[in-house]
Design a binder for this molecule. Structure first.
Ligand code: LMR
Length: 398
């Protein structure tokens, strides 16, 4: 019975890391998966995380189940970080929330919630988007459609195309947006554009679903929430999937959250019961460790300050690498203007390299980037930068 099952295709991102790990070439560089590396090419454990984990180990009194939606203190701390402490959606008790296994877990719970509670809703995502978005939402059985997002001729947001498409989306559908540091393009709407997008969706009766996995990697923890907060107006409804994989460097601990903002406190209570029902049938209740760490750091003035400084340092290093990359490409004699790389935000740069060039990079130079041409700038270091720039020069010149 099981013999007839064919192998699944390799994952568009994590499949590359598996291939990278088994590549014997010593010069290999992995710029595929969105993981931050320091200047030595290591993914660090943040000091604030180490301290919190040590304290937690000493305090631990039980390993009994958490409630279905997770730790209440963690959920409150997440909502403060997303919306800003004292925001009307918090004070008005308009949020249903859950601690989830990573940002992907939040997306899956959101998808299952939509499927169960908004029958017939189509989910619209940007073209391009993170390749796992269609995987997750297809698995939930949601119909998917795309809206234009990126102007590849000019390496910028196709704002006019995007807005025109959003204005045609039928009431009752859901629009998935990247809250900041769009993955894969690194191109975000401006503050003014976010406000306009939010009012278009609200007027049309379309539900915004924000994937917010990179808070702090564009301009700052508070600054990066500006888009999300443009949607959080009086009486407005929205869903937010967030993650601490990147900004706490807690990738393997799988720490995320889903916040659903309802019109009223009464509606939010009903939403919470439906959210709990979805989680109960998916994984029952979440794992505790990572969320306990985040909760401890966010609630300690000293650890929180360290964390904000750590995120700022990661952001600065990535931006230095963006400039270094542009300079390195020029020094390697790669033709063209790559200054757009310094304008892109977050971990990724959308290089414009073709599928064939991406394959040559991997086959001939052991440089791994995603098939769409997405480069993880956070994986560049002073040691590998020249090698990568010269490898790109070679494949572009072929
Ligand atoms: C990425 O886009 O590389 C990250 O979000 C990791 C992943 O799970 O794909």
């Amino acid at each position: 019975m099981l013999e007839q099952i064919e192998p699944a295709p390799a994952d568009a991102i994590l499949g590359l890391t598996a291939a990278f790990n088994s590549d014997p070439r010593s010069e290999k560089v992995n710029l595929s998966v969105g993981v931050y590396k320091d200047e030595h090419g290591k993914t660090p454990i943040l000091d604030c995380v180490r301290t919190a984990a040590t304290e937690l180990a000493a305090e631990a009194a039980t390993k009994s189940y958490l409630p279905i939606p997770g730790l209440v203190e963690y959920r409150e701390a997440v909502c403060d970080l997303l919306f800003g402490s004292g925001h009307e959606v918090i004070e008005g008790k308009r949020i249903a929330s859950a601690q989830t296994p990573g940002g992907t877990g939040a997306l899956r719970v959101a998808g299952e919630f939509i499927k169960a509670n908004l029958p017939g809703a189509t989910l619209w995502h940007s073209d391009p988007t993170w390749p796992n978005h269609p995987n997750v939402f297809n698995a939930c059985g949601l119909p998917l459609k795309k809206y234009p997002y990126f102007d590849s001729q000019n390496d910028r947001l196709d704002y006019e195309g995007m807005l025109a498409a959003l204005k045609k989306i039928p009431a009752g559908d859901v629009v998935l947006l990247h809250g900041c540091c769009h993955n894969p393009t690194g191109v975000d709407p401006t503050g003014q554009q976010w406000t306009e997008i939010a009012s278009v969706l609200r007027e049309r009766g379309v539900l915004p679903l924000l994937d917010f996995a990179y808070q702090g990697f564009a301009d700052g923890i508070e600054e990066d929430a500006a888009g999300l907060r443009a949607f959080s107006t009086e009486g407005a409804e929205l869903m937010v999937c967030s993650s601490f994989s990147k900004n706490f460097s807690l990738y393997r601990e799988r720490v995320g959250a889903l916040a659903i903002v309802g019109k009223t406190a009464e509606s939010a209570s009903a939403l919470q019961t439906q959210l709990n029902a979805v989680i109960r049938r998916l994984y029952s209740n979440p794992p505790a460790h990572g969320a306990e760490i985040v909760n401890k750091v966010l609630r300690s003035a000293t650890l929180r300050e360290q964390w904000i400084a750590d995120v700022a340092a990661m952001r600065r290093r990535i931006n230095n690498m963006r400039q270094g990359f542009v300079d390195g490409l020029a020094e390697a004699g790669v033709p063209g203007d790559f200054s757009f790389i310094t304008q892109q935000r977050g971990m990724f740069s959308f290089s414009g390299l073709s599928k064939e060039q991406v394959e040559s990079l991997r086959d001939e130079h052991a440089v791994y980037i995603v098939g769409s041409g997405r480069i993880n700038v956070a994986g560049l270091t002073p040691t590998n930068l020249k090698y990568v720039a010269e490898a790109i020069g070679d494949v572009v010149g072929q």
